[in-house]
Structure formats: C-alpha cells, structure tokens
Design a protein around this ligand. Structure first.
Ligand code: ZN
Length: 128
C-alpha cells in the first residue's frame, strides 16, 4: 500500500508505513504524531490557547489513530520492541480516550485543541 512512498515529514526519507489524516508517515513519525495529538486531545492535560473541535471530529481522530496503529503493529515487518511497545501504548491510550469521548460530559464536549496541529486540522477539514 505504501510501496515507493516516503514519509510526509520534511527531511525524512524513510519509507511510509502508515497513513494519518490522508498523509503517509514512516513508523517513527507516525508514532510521534499519534502521541502528540493524543496528548493534545486528552482532557486530563488541557492547556490554554486551543481551538474548539467537535466531539465527532475528536472521535474520528481517535478511531483513525487506533485503527492505523493496529494496522502498523500487525503488518509492518521491521518493528523493534520499542516501536511495538509504543504502538500498544497508543492503542491503549486511544481506547481510553474513546471511552472518555462517549461520556456525555460538557467539560469534555467542549474540548479544545491547539491551532498548530496539522494532522488534526487536516482531519477537521475532512469533517466540516
Ligand atoms: Zn518520517
């Protein structure tokens, strides 16, 4: 699926292994982006200066992140143990957030995100 494609991150020439928000990334950058964005949407770590995104958009990101992480874990042959551990961590974190997103709490429904998140902005663009 990703044959002959390289990572979308500037100056990275590694082969793409996963897609997120319609962009292909190498395993390392995929893991990095998942962590970065899960951290941003986790209500337990919210900070000021974020833009509002709807619950369906947040759910869509968490679902995509989880599905892609599972795909990489199952189909990528060159993973080391640290990458496997991180993919499992992403799956567990996404699963936890997915449950939190199903709780009808206004504080979480009003979750907001930093404006400087190209992956989430790209995802939001697909849903609006
Ligand atoms: Zn990369």
């Amino acid at each position: 699926m990703f044959e002959n494609r390289i990572c979308a991150v500037d100056f990275c020439d590694r082969t793409a292994a996963a897609c997120l928000a319609q962009q292909a990334f190498c395993v390392s950058h995929f893991i990095e982006l998942c962590y970065e964005n899960l951290h941003r949407i986790d209500p337990r770590g919210q900070s000021a200066g974020r833009m509002p995104l709807s619950l369906p958009t947040l759910r869509a990101f968490v679902e995509e992140c989880s599905r892609r992480a599972l795909d990489v874990a199952l189909h990528c042959r060159d993973l080391d143990n640290l990458q496997r551990g991180r993919l499992l961590d992403i799956l567990l974190w996404a699963g936890e957030l997915f449950l939190l997103l199903r709780i009808p709490r206004s504080s979480f429904a009003d979750s907001v995100l930093p404006e400087s998140s190209p992956v989430l902005t790209g995802l939001a663009a697909r849903h609006f």
